[in-house]
Design a binder for this molecule. Structure first.
Ligand code: NAD
Length: 425
């Protein structure tokens, strides 16, 4: 392994985890040394200061990032995270995973990610609007429909994407929705984008349950994180007949062996932004939720929640990684060696539905021609199925774990594109 560059980004725990995964995958496919560092490290990392006026008249400066990992086959693509624990290294890791994900899904994009250090629940709607607009304003020299196209992630939503699209359009002097995806329908958002990531998770879970011979009606599901992805995955899996037995968010968790009323839980979050007042189950903490006896466990919140300490306690048959990077490198190795019966759907495949429908939204914006929800979902499931089949073929061919199969496919495609383009000048 070559020496790491010295900027502080490269010492972050999450970034090191993404690097370890990369090194393992690069070794597995004998990626030439001459190209490894070029494929591994981000092309560009931007740090911005974001002063906004608070409602009380004071001025507060927030710190934001955009990391553009690679542009080899198209514009950067990746969400924007608003969370108090965001670091440049975390954003860089997420940008790297976006590169493998877009390549695995066969999308004409590179990989990128953004973040702002902020607890969005502590800002008023007006303050959030000013922060969202200021973030886009500062990134104008670095983004664009053919340069880098952001989207929502943890702590951001379609309203904020709408404000950012408006900020960009005001700068241009004309409406240009293709700058960002995950927008409201009224601003060129796509049918099906809001539920895309969760619906994609539910689709893949159903396919792997089929392989195990477990009917959906007999499957039980526990979900950590009940925001866009976790909530929509719950909705879609419940519709497909599965029983959701536990859900949680940052305020706490709920367990109900007879089945959580998902519509009621979604209504609770729509009304109060959290599950804090939910009364449809018994209280359960996150560690106990992860260790529940269930068919499917879906981490859909933050990274690095499945660790070597709690991995031996997992009792699920399928681990569907809706969140990015939920399983640490060491926990992953432990599971690979000790739980051959556990089917892991790795993040770069499991949550790819979001970026696939973001791609559809971008195409619709560029063409000014809009599709129906059924068209979007049908194309989504077809594209996810192609990615799934490619992963299964790679897995069978090289006897890889599913994660290694998915990551090597993504890495190989990026490396081939970089090699074909050559080194400039
Ligand atoms: P969100 O902000 O809509 O929801 C996040 C949820 O996680 C909330 O319910 C929050 O309360 C919960 N949470 C936060 N900290 C928690 C903790 N310590 N314990 C339990 N729950 C906690 O975010 P989202 O868009 O649903 O993103 C969730 C994950 O999915 C992230 O890892 C994100 O990167 C990934 N992802 C999102 C998309 C997308 O389209 N939004 C696409 C691909 C991957």
């Amino acid at each position: 392994m070559s020496k790491l560059p010295s900027a502080p980004i490269y010492t972050s725990e999450v970034y090191l985890m993404a690097c370890k995964q990369f090194d393992r995958a690069a070794d597995a496919i004998n990626l030439p040394e001459s190209i490894r560092d070029r494929v591994k490290h981000p092309r560009r990392a931007v740090v911005v200061s974001l002063p906004i006026k608070r409602d009380d008249g004071s001025v507060q400066v927030f710190e934001g990032y955009r990391v553009q990992h690679n542009f080899a086959t198209g514009p950067g693509k990746g969400g924007i995270r608003f969370h108090p624990d965001v670091t440049l290294g975390e954003v860089a890791a997420l940008a790297m995973w976006m590169s493998w994900k877009t390549a695995l899904a066969g999308l004409p994009y590179g990989g990128a990610k953004g973040g702002v250090i902020v607890d969005p629940s502590r800002l008023s709607a007006g303050e959030l609007e000013r922060l969202s607009r200021r973030y886009m304003q500062e990134l104008i020299p670095f983004v664009g429909p053919h340069v880098d196209v952001p989207a929502p992630d943890l702590g951001t939503n379609e309203t904020m994407m709408g404000w950012m699209a408006d900020t960009w359009s005001n700068h241009l002097g004309r409406f240009d929705p293709a700058i960002i995806t995950g927008k409201p329908l009224a601003l060129g958002g796509s049918q099906g984008r809001r539920e895309a990531t969760g619906a994609g998770v539910a689709y893949l879970v159903s396919r792997y349950l089929e392989d195990l011979g477990v009917p959906l009606g007999e499957a039980t599901v526990a979900i950590q994180g009940f925001g866009n992805v976790g909530g929509e995955a719950a909705r879609a899996l419940a519709r497909r007949g599965a029983r959701i037995i536990a859900i949680s968010d940052h305020t706490g968790g709920y367990h109900n062996a007879r089945g959580i009323d998902v519509d009621k839980a979604l209504a609770c979050v729509a009304a109060n932004r959290t599950l804090a007042d939910f009364d449809g189950g018994d209280a359960i903490d996150n560690e106990r939720l992860l260790a529940l006896d269930c068919t499917v466990l879906i981490p859909a919140a933050l990274e690095r929640v499945i660790t070597p300490e709690n991995a031996p306690r997992l009792r699920c048959r399928i681990l569907a990684e809706a969140a990015n990077g939920p399983t640490t490198f060491a926990a992953d190795r432990w599971l690979e060696e000790n739980r051959p019966d556990l089917e892991i759907i790795p993040d770069v495949l499991c949550n790819a539905g979001g970026v696939i429908v973001s791609y559809f939204e971008w195409i619709q914006n560029l063409e000014n021609y809009y599709w129906t929800r059924d068209e979007v979902l049908e194309k989504l499931f077809r594209q996810l199925e192609q990615a799934r089949e490619a992963v299964e073929r790679q897995r069978a061919r090289f006897k890889f774990s599913r994660r290694l199969a998915a990551q090597t496919l993504g890495i190989q495609r990026v490396a081939e594109a970089k090699q074909a383009r050559g080194l400039f000048p």
